[in-house]
Design a protein around this ligand. Structure first.
Ligand code: HEM
Length: 494
């Protein structure tokens, strides 16, 4: 009896101690941005679910301002809203905020060798430099993109204006560009492995936000339970095994005596160069993980942006017709629009940018963490905080856009109809960790979008009413992935 009383009292004291520790931890930060009061120990779990981020952060930003604090257990999470705050955080402190928070699930899935893991710096620098050397933004990559979009037009024309899901077509064109650069690979539109690969890649990218992964990131010990571990990393493993199979022939035929043929060859050269170094970031594991990151990071984002852009065209026929007129007039339909035509197709380019602004494909980017204390406005953000760049709030910032709540290509046009870049156009985020593939993505988006405008009139399936951008955006995951669309070929009699 006495023992059970002692145990019960000890347990209560322990709980009280944990709560007190957590409460004092949460209260030790005197100059954090305002935010909802955290519950001791658990923080503000109701605001951490990324799937509800847009609604929650808009609401909290109205209540607390353009920078506010939510809590992951007893650790502060700072949400940056609007262009000025993004600038004050990511651009004014590029070095200080360039790390990522440590995510146990991610480290286990990538064995610690990913481009956004702990060894990111040399891997990212190498990837950027090599992509550039291989022709990022240069003619050699463009030629491949043009050839892929020609195949895409042919494949889409065969749908004969009937409703179809364009997602797989667009993902194939994007994945093929990436695969050519990375390992000189390409897939056919009818390749039976592709649908599963693309869907699994999407789950692999978004898996980090799943409830089970979130729980394991809070309680990493759970990853020691084989069933749980398998469940949280199985999609990553599938993609890794798939890519390992694709790059096997490249690795087997690699030779130091011939010039590097693709990204894999460059990586192999680098591995040889640093093989004497202890614990180098460049090894067989990082070769695979970086290739997976580039393939997966590039495919889902770019292809879903394109799909949503086609849905917007179908729902805004006047805007679609105006872009078609511009492309027809400039190319006289004698050739495909190329990247050097971009300055001559300002309206089409503006529509594409506005589609990206409206879609807002990565609302909370990837999380950052600061390696030093930083001061934003009058607040001190303590070293080691998580920072969330809330990109939605930048793409809709009323101080930056004339009509943020309208689908208006005019946002990107000067009065005399020329294209005008906008500083708050940040779908690729900002600062030192902004998307390393953005130049490739921008090129791919323009080439494919212009080819689509030139060759097709997009309509929603019969019986579906025209919707405004808000309706489409609120259901964006459906329209980006599952929705059907009709592509009427414009040159049927040619
Ligand atoms: C429409 C297309 C794309 C969009 C909107 C996009 C957006 C983003 C965003 C918002 C981030 C996070 C930046 C941050 O944390 O502040 C990111 C990271 C990343 N993106 Fe992209 N991206 C696109 C295409 C691509 C492509 C084509 C590639 C590959 C060539 C790529 C590879 C990556 C990688 C590897 C990272 C992680 C970088 C790091 O942690 O340092 N992305 N992207």
């Amino acid at each position: 009896m006495a023992l059970s009383i002692i145990l019960a009292v000890s347990f209560i004291l322990l709980i009280a101690h944990i709560i007190y520790q957590s409460w004092s931890q949460q209260n030790k930060y005197k100059s954090l941005p305002p935010g909802p009061t955290p519950i001791p120990v658990v923080g503000t779990p109701q605001y951490l679910r990324l799937r509800d981020a847009i609604g929650n952060y808009n609401m909290l930003s109205k209540q607390y301002g353009r920078i506010f604090t939510i809590w992951k257990l007893s650790e502060p999470v700072i949400v940056l809203c609007g262009y000025e705050m993004m600038k004050a955080g990511l651009m004014d402190f590029p070095e200080e905020v360039c790390e990522r928070p440590f995510l146990p699930v991610f480290e286990v899935a990538t064995k610690g060798y990913a481009i956004n893991g702990v060894r990111w710096r040399p891997l990212r620098r190498f990837a950027l430099l090599t992509l550039r050397n291989l022709g990022m933004g240069k003619r050699v990559v463009e030629v491949k993109m043009l050839a892929e979009s020609k195949r895409l037009v042919k494949a889409m024309a065969e749908t004969a204006g009937k409703p179809f899901n364009a997602s797989m077509y667009l993902a194939t064109v994007v994945i093929n560009t990436m695969a050519t650069i990375l390992f000189r690979g390409r897939f056919d539109y009818l390749d039976e492995r592709l649908p599963e690969l693309i869907v699994t890649m999407s789950r692999h990218i978004n898996g980090v936000t799943s409830p089970l992964s979130t729980l394991c990131n809070f309680v990493p010990a759970l990853l020691h339970i084989p069933q749980i571990r398998h469940k949280v990393i199985k999609d990553s493993q599938y993609v890794q095994e798939f890519v390992a199979e694709c790059i096997k022939p490249n690795i087997e035929t690699f030779s130091m005596s011939v010039p590097p043929r693709d990204f894999i060859d460059h990586f192999m050269v680098k591995i040889k160069e640093v093989e004497h170094e202890k614990d180098s970031a460049f090894c067989d594991t990082s070769l695979l993980m970086v290739t997976v990151a580039l393939l997966a990071g590039g495919t889902e984002t770019t292809s879903t942006s394109l799909k949503f852009a086609l849905v917007l065209l179908a729902n805004y026929p006047e805007i679609q017709a105006k872009a078609q007129q511009e492309v027809d007039k400039y190319t006289k339909n004698l050739r495909q629009p190329e990247i050097e035509d971009r300055p001559h197709l300002p309206y089409t380019n503006a529509v594409l940018h506005e589609c990206q602004r409206i879609l807002d494909v990565a609302p909370t980017a990837l999380f950052h963490t600061n390696v030093e204390d930083i001061k934003i406005k009058d607040y001190t953000i303590p070293k080691g905080s998580t920072l969330i760049p809330f990109l939605t709030s930048v793409l809709r910032d009323p101080t930056q856009w004339e009509t943020p709540e309208e689908f208006n290509p005019g946002h990107f046009l000067t009065e005399d109809g020329q294209f005008r870049p906008r500083p708050a156009f940040l779908p690729f985020s900002a600062g030192k960790r902004q998307c390393p593939g953005q130049w490739l993505a921008r090129m791919q988006l323009f080439i494919v979008f212009a080819a689509m405008v030139q060759n097709f009139t997009f309509k929603m399936p019969p019986g579906e009413p025209q919707r405004d951008w808000k309706y489409l955006n609120e259901r964006k995951y459906y329209y980006m992935r599952d929705a059907e669309i009709c592509a009427e070929y414009r040159h049927a009699s040619n």
